[in-house]
Design a binder for this molecule. Structure first.
Ligand code: NAG
Ligand code: NAG
Length: 347
């Protein structure tokens, strides 16, 4: 499907082009006698911008009003505000953790750095942990300054200039895919993780990804959702209007809290996302990309990825990968005990 959208930068481009054209036209017609032709041209151009009246802006070919507010503006050449372009120059990570956070989620990032985001947790395995954010929706919010300080200190924050809202979540994941494609194309595996999960990186690496084996290709796994239907009730935050996604069900996809893919797939997803309609449900959208690419999700062993909360239990948690709904306080509280698992739980 060919898409035709206007993001703000293209509107500006069109405005500039039209104004220039009009200006040249006016200069030309003023020198000539005002024949019926030029009058007609002026008449036609009237509602658009002119150098005499720059405030009258050109109407975009497809006015923003005709685009559903939940439609994701993509591709739009979003720029990196904060970036770590050199992270993969001197090493090729086996696993990159792309953690979804909002600019204000300072406590969550701190807890993750001290727990499952610790890059040195597995000797001999190169792990990279990065936090993805957009821009705080209130312009000039002090949150941005704090985020920049945090970024200068930890060098683990990636930010693009789209508004960080729930319905723009897909842009954050796509920013992660873009980052891998451009700055870490040789990463073996990539995991997209929400910031409210428990993650057992050790088990993920040793039992599922197995660094001694040849890296998998076209691989994505997690908690697989099959035959899920788009939510059509406007009262839910997962609402998705038929104008944005008309089909009755989604293709199979991995549930959002945590899913893993091979590095090659990140690049393919980034590429295919440039060519199809992007929807506001980021995990479902990954499934749409896979379908477009003709790649299937891979089932994971039962119980490894959990989208419901499970009460912490050391030996149970030592044999799973993801548990949803672990906030920063709880993570920090259970971590010392979890780290001691190898003494008491048989593997
Ligand atoms: C998503 O971000 C874009 C770019 O900043 C913005 O124009 C748009 O309003 C945002 N969408 C939502 C639903 O917040
Ligand atoms: C990725 O691997 C290719 C082929 O081995 C190599 O040419 C390239 O320099 C590597 N890129 C990075 C960023 O490591």
């Amino acid at each position: 499907m060919q898409k035709f959208q206007f993001c703000s930068s293209s509107i500006v481009m069109v405005s500039i082009l039209c104004s220039t054209f009009l200006f040249l036209l006016l200069v030309k017609t003023q020198r000539e006698a005002l024949g019926t032709f030029s009058l007609l041209v002026k008449q036609l151009m009237k509602p658009q911008s002119s150098p005499d009246n720059p405030d009258l802006d050109v109407q975009p070919l497809r006015p923003a009003a005709s685009r559903h507010p939940l439609q994701v503006v993509y591709p739009c050449n979003y720029q990196f505000h904060l970036n770590e372009p050199n992270k993969c120059l001197k090493r090729t990570p086996f696993l990159v953790l792309l953690v979804i956070t909002e600019p204000k989620h300072v406590a969550k990032r701190h807890a993750i750095r001290q727990t499952w985001g610790n890059e040195n947790s597995i000797p001999g395995i190169s792990i990279l942990c990065l936090f993805l954010t957009g821009v705080h929706p209130i312009f000039g919010s002090p949150v941005q300054k704090h985020l920049e300080e945090e970024s200068a200190r930890y060098r683990d924050i990636i930010q693009q200039d789209f508004l960080d809202t729930y319905n723009n979540l897909t842009l954050k994941t796509l920013m992660g895919m873009e980052w891998i494609s451009k700055f870490c194309p040789n990463a073996t595996y990539v995991m997209k993780a929400d910031s409210d999960i428990f993650l057992n990186v050790d088990y993920l690496v040793s039992k599922l990804l197995k660094p001694h084996l040849r890296p998998k290709k076209n691989y994505m796994t997690g908690y697989i959702q099959r035959n899920n239907r788009p939510v059509r009730d406007k009262n839910y935050k997962w609402y998705i209007p038929p104008e944005v996604y008309p089909k009755v069900t989604y293709p199979p996809y991995c549930a959002g809290p945590g899913y893993v893919m091979s590095g090659d797939l990140s690049k393919k997803i980034y590429q295919v996302a440039q060519t199809i309609e992007v929807i506001n449900m980021e995990d479902s959208f990954m499934g749409i990309c896979l379908q477009e690419l003709g790649i299937r999700v891979t089932d994971s062993p039962l119980g490894l990825f959990n989208i419901e909360k499970i009460e912490y239990e050391k030996c149970r948690f030592s044999k799973l990968v993801v548990v949803h709904q672990y906030g920063p306080e709880e993570l920090l509280k259970i971590w010392p005990d979890f780290r001691a698992r190898k003494k008491t739980c048989n593997s």
